[in-house]
Design a protein around this ligand. Structure first.
Ligand SMILES: *[C@@H]1O[C@H](CO)[C@@H](O)[C@H](O)[C@H]1NC(C)=O
Ligand SMILES: *[C@@H]1O[C@H](CO)[C@@H](O)[C@H](O)[C@H]1NC(C)=O
Ligand SMILES: *[C@@H]1O[C@H](CO)[C@@H](O)[C@H](O)[C@H]1NC(C)=O
Ligand SMILES: *[C@@H]1O[C@H](CO)[C@@H](O)[C@H](O)[C@H]1NC(C)=O
Ligand SMILES: *[C@@H]1O[C@H](CO)[C@@H](O)[C@H](O)[C@H]1NC(C)=O
Ligand SMILES: *[C@@H]1O[C@H](CO)[C@@H](O)[C@H](O)[C@H]1NC(C)=O
Ligand SMILES: *[C@@H]1O[C@H](CO)[C@@H](O)[C@H](O)[C@H]1NC(C)=O
Ligand SMILES: *[C@@H]1O[C@H](CO)[C@@H](O)[C@H](O)[C@H]1NC(C)=O
Ligand SMILES: *[C@@H]1O[C@H](CO)[C@@H](O)[C@H](O)[C@H]1NC(C)=O
Ligand SMILES: *[C@@H]1O[C@H](CO)[C@@H](O)[C@H](O)[C@H]1NC(C)=O
Length: 506
């Protein structure tokens, strides 16, 4: 019952998530912004990013050039050529970088049976003397891995190491300098290998990168049936001087739980390869932004965060203001011995409660077979699209409902009881019958109640008659009474008539 109808959409504009694990390494060296198409002989401008790619011949002396079969389509142009290393255990690219700068380095691989052996090779990838990643493909896709490293010297070496499980190869190598303030966990003695960077619920199921992300980070689409997409076309100012800036394009779409959800649960499998389990540590960043206009009440958009590496949830955390973004991250990487990493964002209990309102409103609509344009996730927001004949306060609670002259037929719906902030209820000039329910007297904020022009019967609840500050209109309901004895007289008469009737028909 607790969670019934609770939705997060207004509060949980979780947008994208970035997390990686940390391995201890010593830094490399160098200078520049480098895009290398391995095995390619010519330079060209990449059709997707507009970036200039160059041949790898100036960066390495060993290995041989190959093309993938002509009938194979690669997602990126860099997939069509590759360099393989049949000879030597260790073959290294030499990359000139700027000393004391941080870099994102990305290596990509598309096997596509270029050697006709139909055997996916396994090999190790090193940055300088430190293992970056054990490369092991499950299928032949355009696979990439990223590492963040601090350049302690003028050179960085990216090396492919043969482990006797096939010929190492590489399709492209990219270096992207980062701002000094970014990724504070990247230090001379500490390098971070990206585990996954995901863009949650993008509109297009595509990787987002340069020029949308000025650092050319690749954001992988994450689309889940448990979430729906919220989006805005408006620019979301990136956080200036932030440790973890996210691009506006990433922030413009977000995932919210479908229907009744109050949680977002994101689970990533994070298998152990031959990285030593004891050294694996994890850091994460969650980016979020407020993209619903106008925000109901900044303070009320809050959430708790828990992961399977924490025992209890942290928070609650509030959302930033409209079209602003924020992020949450761990300042110290955690050790983790699980091969699953799971994030759960749960709506904070003190958030406002439009879902209950929606449910109540839908019940009212259903109850009276109303033909109202009551659509969307919240009766109250955004303000320009507040539901017909509904008024709300700044807390996104319904304060006024005017259903006068709407042909309502039936009794007074008990669903109204859920509209706790209701101040004004106008049900005049309908076809309501039955009694006036007691709960109206208990509605704490009710100040105006117009039931006139209906066909209501019986005693007007005494509590309602005496409710302080209530303006009550009941005229035009001939069968209502103010005092119990009046009602009893009239109803006993009815009883007599009924008995007559029964006898008559017998
Ligand atoms: C790297 O150095 C910082 C201090 O400069 C220290 O806090 C951190 O633990 C070191 N990391 C490793 C992996 O030794
Ligand atoms: C690999 O070694 C073989 C035999 O030593 C040699 O013929 C071949 O040219 C070498 N290939 C490369 C790419 O160095
Ligand atoms: C809430 O969930 C129940 C069952 O899971 C479903 O029947 C109902 O339609 C949902 N309500 C909304 C508003 O989505
Ligand atoms: C989140 O999803 C994972 C995997 O589906 C599950 O093991 C976990 O219990 C879920 N957590 C919550 C709070 O729903
Ligand atoms: C919700 O509670 C948290 C602390 O538990 C508080 O920081 C936040 O301001 C509260 N929000 C509202 C709307 O009361
Ligand atoms: C909004 O909610 C807060 C906290 O529940 C309350 O103090 C405030 O009076 C409410 N504002 C309105 C307009 O009802
Ligand atoms: C209640 O509604 C009736 C019918 O529309 C109207 O005549 C009457 O003035 C209303 N009462 C108040 C107090 O506004
Ligand atoms: C009121 O209800 C009675 C039956 O209880 C019905 O005969 C009458 O037509 C109704 N009046 C209106 C105005 O709907
Ligand atoms: C409502 O009634 C209370 C007493 O019950 C009174 O103090 C208050 O001023 C009244 N408010 C209005 C708006 O009339
Ligand atoms: C009760 O009946 C009397 C006479 O039939 C009538 O005048 C009065 O208005 C009725 N009271 C109510 C509340 O129906």
């Amino acid at each position: 019952m607790d969670n019934r109808g609770r939705c997060l959409f207004l509060y949980l504009t979780l947008l994208y998530l970035e997390f990686w694990f940390i391995i201890a390494v010593s830094g490399g060296t160098g200078e520049g912004f480098i895009s290398i198409d391995c095995g390619q002989e010519n330079s060209y401008e990449d059709p997707i990013t507009g970036l200039s790619y160059v041949s790898d011949s100036d960066y390495i002396d060993t290995g041989e050039n190959h093309k993938i079969p002509t009938d194979t389509k690669a997602r990126d142009k860099q997939g069509y050529h590759l360099r393989s290393f049949p000879n030597g255990t260790r073959n290294c690219y030499r990359l000139q970088v700027v000393k004391d700068k941080k870099y994102l380095i990305r290596a990509s691989f598309l096997y596509a049976n270029y050697d006709g052996l139909n055997r996916l090779p396994q090999f190790d990838l090193y940055l300088d003397i430190n293992l970056w990643k054990s490369i092991k493909f499950k299928v032949t896709i355009f696979y990439f891995t990223e590492i963040l490293a601090f350049a302690s010297r003028k050179w960085m070496f990216v090396c492919l190491v043969n482990i006797d499980l096939g010929t190492p190869f590489i399709s492209s190598l990219e270096l992207r300098p980062l701002d000094d303030d970014m990724y504070p966990l990247v230090m001379p003695n500490q390098t971070s290998v990206f585990f996954r960077r995901i863009n949650i619920q993008p509109i297009k199921n595509e990787i987002l990168r340069y020029p949308n992300d000025i650092y050319d980070r690749k954001w992988m689409p994450h689309i889940s049936k448990y979430m729906e997409t919220l989006s805005t076309a408006l620019y979301i100012a990136p956080c200036i001087g932030c440790k973890y800036p996210a691009s506006s394009d990433v922030l413009q779409t977000c995932g919210v739980p479908v229907a009744n959800g109050s949680t977002i649960n994101i689970t990533q499998h994070w298998p152990f390869l031959n990285n030593n389990i004891r050294f694996r540590k994890i850091a994460f960043i969650i980016h979020y932004a407020e993209i619903e206009s106008p925000p109901i009440n900044d303070e009320s958009r809050s959430y708790y965060l828990s992961t399977n590496t924490w025992n209890k949830p942290s928070g609650s955390y509030n959302y930033p203001s409209y079209l602003k973004s924020g992020s949450r991250y761990n300042t110290k990487p955690w050790s983790s011995t699980s091969d699953i990493f799971n994030f759960v964002l749960h709506k904070a209990d003190n958030s406002t409660h439009p879902p209950i309102l929606i449910e109540a409103m839908m019940e009212i609509k259903e109850f009276y077979k109303l033909n109202k344009n009551w659509q969307g996730r919240d009766p109250c927001a955004p303000k320009n699209f507040v539901w017909e004949r509904v008024e709300c306060n700044s807390n996104s609670s319904i304060t006024s409902l005017n259903l006068a002259s709407n042909g309502l037929y039936g009794e007074i719906s008990t669903s109204l009881i859920n509209l706790k902030q209701l101040k004004s209820l106008n049900l005049a000039n309908n076809n309501l019958h039955g009694i006036i329910p007691d709960f109206l007297a208990k509605m704490p904020n009710l100040q105006f109640l117009n039931l006139s022009g209906n066909n209501l019967t019986g005693l007007i609840p005494i509590d309602l008659q005496q409710k302080p500050n209530l303006t009550l209109s009941v005229e035009g309901n001939p069968k209502l009474c103010y005092k119990l004895d009046e009602c009893e007289r009239n109803s006993s008469k009815k009883t007599v008539i009924a008995i007559f009737a029964v006898i008559f028909f017998l």
